[in-house]
Ligand binder design. Structure first.
Ligand SMILES: [Zn+2]
Length: 395
């Protein structure tokens, strides 16, 4: 099967902006777009906007588009493609998969040079998924939980997952966790997202499919700040941009980071406190999956990476069993856009072996992306838009 020319569209749906990209099998971004979400206009208008961005990419695609992956904030019913609740968008029970299917799949330009027909391998992989007995052939939820917009020939699969899960898959395929069998991604921005991969499979849970939602693991349920989810003291109320800004009274998290770099004591103290909370949550994940790598992403995670990691690492090991000997590396997220992570939801179904990045492991100390396993290599790096693999982030 030669799908090297096939492209997938990734959609990162955020509270303030929608980032979309046409992504190649090797993770290269062929084209990218960004538009304002304007969530206040309502879900239907936002779905129109997403569809319009997707159309624009399909029209300019130089090759076949094989599917659309969407990373969404909030709680997702991944099997049915429903956004069950996204506080920042004001969305509750929005059937995003069906809405996009209605707008995109049935109206895709029939004579476009970029065929909007589904790649049969994608559909085959997904239709097999529901009956496959050993889901380990697929990266985690790819099996039972894939939301397929339509399985008729001529349809494009539309796959919805949380933004954190999408980026976790993407980091394993193209980013800082290439070659890793078990890893954890934290995205620190307007909230705290987490995605966990264990044994080459995305951890998605059993009872409700909402595993790894560590941002709402309560660190201080008695005295912590109120969280948008209704609880108090969730990790996100400490580890996030708004939380960092609130803890110092600063206008923004960026200004706290800048002040910390200028040596401001209060700012440095606030970042250390946030880092310790991050370390606490990292210990929860690490105790379960014994990851090779903890990947730190998100706007604040990237901006404050060097400030956060040493205290987070210390705190994590303080809480882990002593059998952990210090081999877990912290790395900066490697994807240049979250839309790449969203597109990887499609690629992970196309070639599950590629998604199971950890089949042949690379030692964390030898750096991500240096694996000799060509099946998981980020490939190409043929232009400046290729994912930026950073392997030098160990503290
Ligand atoms: Zn919460």
């Amino acid at each position: 099967m030669n799908d090297d020319g096939a492209l997938a569209i990734g959609v990162d749906l955020g509270a303030t902006k929608i980032a979309t990209a046409l992504v190649a099998r090797d993770g290269r971004v062929v084209a990218a777009r960004t538009t304002a979400t304007q969530a206040g206009d309502g879900a239907a208008a936002v779905c129109d906007r997403i569809a319009s961005e997707i159309f624009a990419l399909i029209k300019q695609s130089p090759a076949k588009v094989i599917g659309i992956g969407v990373g969404s904030p909030g709680a997702i019913d991944r099997e049915r493609g429903i956004v069950r609740g996204a506080v920042n968008l004001g969305w509750y029970e929005v059937p995003l998969g069906d809405e996009l299917r209605r707008r995109v799949v049935h109206r895709a330009p029939a004579n476009s040079t970029a065929s909007a027909r589904c790649h049969p391998e994608v559909l085959r992989g997904i239709s097999q998924a529901s009956c496959v007995r050993d889901p380990s052939e697929y990266l985690g939820m790819t099996v039972a939980a894939a939301h397929v917009a339509g399985e008729d020939d001529g349809d494009l699969p539309v796959i919805i997952d949380t933004d954190a899960n999408a980026n976790a898959v993407g980091e394993g395929m193209f980013g800082s966790a290439v070659g890793c069998d078990s890893y954890v991604l934290f995205t620190i921005g307007s909230g705290l997202g987490a995605g966990v991969v264990s044994g080459g499979r995305l951890v998605t849970g059993g009872s409700e499919g909402i595993a790894a939602n560590l941002g709402h693991y309560a660190l201080d349920p008695e005295h912590g700040r109120a969280c948008a989810c209704g609880h108090h003291g969730c990790a996100e109320t400490i580890v996030s941009g708004p939380a960092l800004a609130a803890s110092t009274g600063a206008a923004s998290a960026d200004s706290v980071v800048a002040e910390a770099r200028n040596g401001d004591t209060a700012a440095r103290t606030a970042i250390r406190a946030m880092a310790r909370a991050l370390g606490h949550v990292a210990a929860v994940a690490a105790a379960v999956v014994d990851p090779q790598v903890i990947v730190i992403g998100g706007g604040l995670g990237a901006a404050a990476f060097d400030l956060l990691v040493p205290p987070a690492q210390t705190e994590m090991y303080r809480r882990l069993p002593t059998s952990f000997t210090g081999r877990i590396a912290f790395r900066r997220a490697g994807l240049s856009s979250p839309a790449i992570g969203a597109a990887s939801l499609i690629f992970s179904r196309l070639d599950p072996r590629q998604a199971r990045a950890g089949a042949r492991l690379v030692s964390p100390s030898s750096g991500a992306g240096n694996t000799g396993d060509t099946s998981v290599a980020p490939g190409g790096a043929t232009d400046s838009l290729s994912p930026n693999i950073s392997a030098d982030e160990r503290p």
